[in-house]
Write a protein that binds this ligand. Structure first.
Ligand code: FEO
Length: 168
């Protein structure tokens, strides 16, 4: 049975993952309204990933005999200025999530919960990819500097992204 402090921290993390899903869905809506369906596709896949992250914590807490307590989801930002701004916000958000996962690991270490530490390692590695992916497009969009042709080319590239559920 998992300790109460850890149960609370995991429930907070579930909320953050579901909020991430909602936040990225708001970005999908922005890109669809701008007719940038490739950018929208990139964030549709991101929505799936966040759902996967949230459910991974959800299932784990159940498996450890804890109680999942769902909390209200904050309304996400709905107005965006440009593709660059969206990716900058997404990158910033991923850095926030990384910090949150690191804090969770610190609590698991403090509480001497080795099983949770092992489980969290997957998220620690995943966050490296999450940040790298957002940072890459921040840099590319800065280089494009609003160039219309370049944005259309990038839109075509982003349209190729598909969600592949991780196997472990
Ligand atoms: Fe669930 Fe994008 O971190």
């Amino acid at each position: 049975m998992i300790k109460k402090t850890l149960q609370n921290a995991i429930n907070d993390q579930i909320n953050k993952e579901i909020f991430s899903e909602y936040y990225y869905l708001s970005m999908v809506a922005y890109f669809e309204s701008e007719d940038l369906s490739g950018f929208a596709q990139f964030f549709r896949v991101q929505v799936e990933e966040e759902r996967f992250h949230g459910m991974k914590f959800f299932d784990y807490l159940n498996e450890r005999g804890g109680k999942v307590i769902l909390k209200g989801i904050e309304s996400p930002k709905t107005d965006f200025e440009s593709p660059l701004q969206v990716f900058e916000l997404a990158y910033k958000h991923e850095q926030f999530v990384t910090e949150s996962i690191n804090n969770l690991m610190d609590i698991a270490i403090k509480e001497n919960d080795h099983a949770l530490q092992s489980f969290l390692q997957w998220f620690i590695d995943e966050q490296v990819e999450e940040e790298a992916s957002m940072s890459k497009y921040v840099n590319q969009l800065k280089r494009l500097n609003g160039n219309g042709h370049g944005i259309i080319m990038l839109d075509r590239e982003l349209a190729q992204r598909t969600f592949v559920p991780p196997t472990k």
